[in-house]
Design a protein around this ligand. Structure first.
Ligand code: AHM
Ligand code: MG
Length: 326
């Protein structure tokens, strides 16, 4: 029996983390601090997202901030916020990010953790005021702390994640994460500046009646995917596709459903990236009783070959993903 949290719904994220620190496999407090750092950067990004409509978000802002830096598009700004918070926090040795071609070595060689992050996913939705998200995975480095970060530290299969989570900037902002002992969701209360535990020990329904896929590309899907979509239609399921992975995933986590980004003509390996989009959501899905595959094998078993590798992605309610992955 794993030690689930005893705090009542309504506790804040800090208390929750403190209370559960001893339940972590590595109870030194560094992982706890790292999660706090991510949550904090999420608050800053949330603030910027909320202002974006007034600040003029397309293209560079054209204005300078207090540090005299030119203000950036939100996805770039989010990348800077997370990188800075993690560098200052000192618990992270290196980051891989959707926004950077190469590994970002934070020159914290003593740190034990590696982060893979998509700082702002669904960026095409920013300009139209639709939900977007941040996705992150946390790994322990393999090479000893104190030595320079190696590629093997970064290219680890998803099953080695020690924690994973996302932030959904939606009608409410939520921080959802797992350290391998279930999934918990916190809703941001802006007037308090706190994330409050609102969704304790989240479980994904085993079945659902919603499928999320960009059907505009239907003609270039594999026959198996086409057949599955036809089955969904035969059964009268609802189609829901926000075009923001975190938002589509979150809805399916709460209500049941499947999200599919299969291989297409334009994107033969799918569009989504294994390291900072798929693995994190795969871990959360499994921790909540769901499943994630690339259509054949378990996402978290895939041995990554490159930082920005793409994979077809099938994630959501267990029985739906099983059926779609046949
Ligand atoms: P991004 O990382 O460039 O934002 O792309 C990822 C997003 C996902 O959030 C979303 O599910 C998908 O791309 C939508 O892609 P498409 O427009 O091809 O359906
Ligand atoms: Mg992305």
């Amino acid at each position: 029996e794993n030690s689930r949290i005893a705090l009542p719904v309504g506790s804040n994220l800090d208390r929750f983390i403190n209370k559960n620190q001893e339940a972590f496999k590595y109870a030194t407090g560094e992982l706890s601090q790292l999660i706090r750092d991510l949550a904090y950067a999420g608050k800053v990004v949330n603030r910027e997202i909320n202002r974006a409509g007034l600040a003029g978000i397309t293209g560079a802002y054209g204005s300078e901030n207090v540090q005299g830096e030119e203000q950036q598009n939100l996805d770039v700004a989010a990348n800077i916020r997370f990188t800075r918070a993690l560098k200052k926090g000192g618990e992270v040795a290196a980051i891989i990010s959707e926004e950077d071609e190469d590994i970002i070595d934070l020159n914290n060689p003593r740190s034990k953790y590696i982060i893979a992050i998509d700082p702002l996913d669904g960026s095409s939705n920013i300009d139209v005021n639709v939900s977007i998200g941040t996705i992150f995975s946390i790994y322990r480095r393999i090479s000893p702390a104190g030595s320079p970060v190696q590629e093997e530290d970064v290219l680890q299969a998803g099953k080695h994640q020690v924690a994973a989570g996302y932030i959904l900037y939606g009608s409410s902002t939520m921080f959802v994460y797992t350290t391998g002992k279930g999934v918990n969701g916190f809703t941001y209360e802006p007037s308090l500046g706190e994330y409050i535990l609102s969704h304790q020990n989240m479980k994904m329904p085993k079945d659902g009646k919603v499928y999320s896929v960009n059907e505009g590309s239907y003609r270039s899907f594999d026959d198996d995917v086409k057949a599955y979509i036809e089955t969904c239609k035969d059964r009268g399921y609802s189609a829901r596709y926000i075009g923001s992975l975190v938002a589509d995933f979150h809805r399916n986590l709460l209500k049941g459903g499947i999200y599919i980004y299969p291989s297409t003509e334009k994107a033969p390996n799918g569009k989504l990236r294994l390291m900072y989009e798929c693995n994190a959501l795969a871990m959360i899905a499994e921790q909540a009783g769901g499943l994630a595959t690339d259509g054949k094998q378990r996402i978290m078993d895939i041995e990554p070959e490159s930082l920005h590798q793409r994979v077809p992605f099938f994630v959501g309610s267990k029985h739906m993903v099983e059926e779609a992955s046949k």
